[in-house]
Design a protein around this ligand. Structure first.
Ligand code: ARG
Length: 584
């Protein structure tokens, strides 16, 4: 159990000894640091419960606290706020439990199995900026939940099923009508067949085909028919579809790799649609599948809805299977294959209605037990300075690769030529660029939009990824130098300055931040915390000359503090999926 948690538990006991029962007690960082490090505000609530003056209650509690040697400088402010300060001795003891064992400072949660659906890249289409946040947030939530004791599986949930692929195949057929895939009399094997198409070609083919489809009704109709063909596993078309998926997947993996994002499950919507028949059976047998204007739908409206709740579309009027149905089929598949306690969907907030419909439909047929959590974790968009989703200069959709390149250009300018050799520059700049992009993405609460400001994100000073990397590398370099000089870094004996105490208190807050982040499913608290502990540390670093300090106990204390902060930074950057280069 973390120090802060066991302290909170003990405080409840102390309050009880003073004659009062509290269920939850909050040890909050003080809003008046001049009066104490923490404050307890429970006397006000207890006053109502016990019909007493809150100040009297606060006095009773303080009397008990005074007997405890962990606390000092106890005082009461205003109507009954109790201010508490921890003794240096207790703070030092607490930190000494954390050297080489950060786990002591993490409150694990009860085991749960979670599947996170994130990523959502589309086959044969370049990943665009919209896919960035899903990948970042999904990956970080996965790592955070694991750190806190959950078993978590990430599913890439590739968009490999719908009409875009029909369009791509249609265009390939226009380009190469003689390919055996289109020959219904071809009896040979498809294995060795060469497809004269690269991923780059695919990324050009889709926009072209999509444009043609808009202008030419017949072309679009063909693409629709082709979509049905590969969906129905019609030889030739299905085999071509598989080849395209393979080519594209390889490239998608590369982009996710660059972002330090990986998945345990590489399913696509097509894999989920293997459960489409089951889906129809379930809903039909329960009488939940209804006809509406030639389409098949599931009603999901409730009487007390105060905004329109359209039915979930399963089969469209033209007979094709809908996007809605892919997510419903996925629930059946995941329940069957993994039986998780929770399913999370890290998908753009603009799909909120879609997920509300899907979840309601799932509940109606009890696809999962009532206690299985289905949660849409929506996020806001990354906008340009005009406040609209970030676009290319000519107003097109910005690919994720171009976005990374933009940031890369900026970080490359800032790599230190004195410490980094020319041939290492490019790779390091890339790592820093990803850090810049990711950190900026985590800083705002996930639900809010933010503006892409490349220069600001890449800056080495300020609340940025590069600042965190630079500072963390400097901590590491100090520790390495100390190791080479055979200096110890395993015990804190004393604090010299207020800054050190502030760092110590910030270290103790770590578990609160981690749990809150998982509660809100947003990484902004962790991003802020990283900045706070890092900038405090840097202040301390500039205030002291650690390596030349003559008081050995003080020097050991400082190095040990450095080590704990470094461990925290590495752990949290890893949760955020941010890699730390050796130098920059
Ligand atoms: N492939 C979709 C897109 O690019 C996102 C998929 C979202 N995930 C889901 N389970 N529906 O817009």
């Amino acid at each position: 159990m973390s120090i802060i948690k066991s302290l909170t538990e003990d405080l409840k006991e102390i309050v009880k000894n003073a004659g009062y029962e509290v269920e939850e007690l909050l040890l909050q960082p003080s809003s008046r640091p001049d009066l104490g490090q923490y404050q307890i505000n429970d006397a006000m609530n207890l006053a109502k419960k016990y019909g007493k003056n809150p100040r009297t209650i606060a006095e009773d509690i303080v009397k008990e606290l005074e007997c405890d040697r962990r606390f000092t400088n106890l005082n009461i402010a205003g109507p009954g706020f109790i201010n508490i300060t921890l003794t240096d001795e207790f703070l030092i003891d607490s930190l000494n439990k954390l050297t080489n064992n950060l786990d002591e400072n993490i409150d694990k949660l009860k085991y749960k199995k979670v599947i996170i659906d994130y990523g959502g890249a589309n086959v044969a289409k370049a990943l665009h900026v919209g896919h960035l946040r899903s990948a970042n947030i999904g990956e970080a939530l996965k790592r955070l939940a694991r750190l806190l004791g959950y078993e978590v599986l990430g599913d890439a949930h590739l968009g490999d099923y719908g009409r875009p692929l029909g369009l791509v195949i249609k265009e390939i057929k226009e380009m190469y009508p003689d390919l055996p895939y289109f020959d219904e009399f071809y009896t040979g094997s498809y294995e060795e067949l060469d497809l004269p198409i690269t991923n780059e070609d695919l990324e050009k083919i889709y926009p072209l085909a999509s444009q043609k489809g808009k202008e030419d009704e017949e072309y679009l109709e063909d693409a629709r028919k082709i979509t049905l063909k590969f969906q129905n596993h019609e030889r030739g078309y299905y085999e071509l579809w598989k080849k395209i998926v393979d080519i594209s997947k390889e490239d998608i993996k590369k982009v996710y790799d660059e972002l330090n994002v990986s998945f345990e499950i590489w399913n696509g919507e097509s894999d989920e649609m293997e459960y489409f028949e089951d889906l129809i059976d379930i809903y039909q047998s329960k009488g939940l599948l209804t006809e509406s204007e030639g389409a098949k739908v599931i009603e999901v409206a409730k009487e007390d809805d105060n905004s329109p709740m359209p039915p979930l579309l399963i089969i469209k009027t033209n007979g094709s299977k809908s996007y809605d149905s892919t997510d419903l089929a996925a629930i059946i598949e995941r329940k069957k294959n993994y039986n998780p306690d929770e399913m999370w969907y890290v998908v753009d907030g603009r799909q909120e209605l879609h997920f509300e419909q899907v979840f309601r439909a799932a509940r109606r047929a009890k696809l999962v037990e009532d206690n299985v959590v289905l949660e849409h974790i929506g996020f806001g968009t990354m906008n340009g300075s005009d406040g609209k989703p970030f676009k290319t200069r000519d107003g097109g959709v910005m690919s994720l690769k171009s976005l990374i390149d933009l940031v890369n250009e900026e970080t490359l300018k800032r790599i230190n030529s004195e410490t980094v050799a020319e041939e290492e520059k490019a790779e390091i700049a890339k790592t820093v660029a990803i850090a810049a992009l990711k950190y900026a993405d985590f800083l705002p609460y996930r639900g809010t939009d933010y503006i892409f400001e490349v220069e600001k994100f890449a800056e080495i000073e300020g609340k940025t990824g590069p600042y965190l990397l630079y500072s963390t590398i400097r901590m590491k370099s100090l520790l390495t130098k100390a190791t080479n000089l055979e200096l110890k870094q395993d015990k804190i004996f004393e604090f010299k300055t207020e800054t050190e105490k502030e760092i110590a208190l910030t270290i103790l807050r770590l578990p609160v931040i981690l749990n809150r982040s998982l509660d809100t499913k947003s990484l902004n608290d962790i991003a802020e915390y990283l900045y706070k502990i890092t900038s405090l540390y840097n202040k301390f670093y500039s205030e002291n000359k650690i390596l030349t300090e003559e008081n050995i106990n003080l020097q050991t204390s400082w190095l040990t503090l450095t080590k704990i902060v470094y461990d925290i930074n590495i752990t949290l950057l890893n949760v955020l999926g941010i890699k730390v280069p050796k130098k920059m």
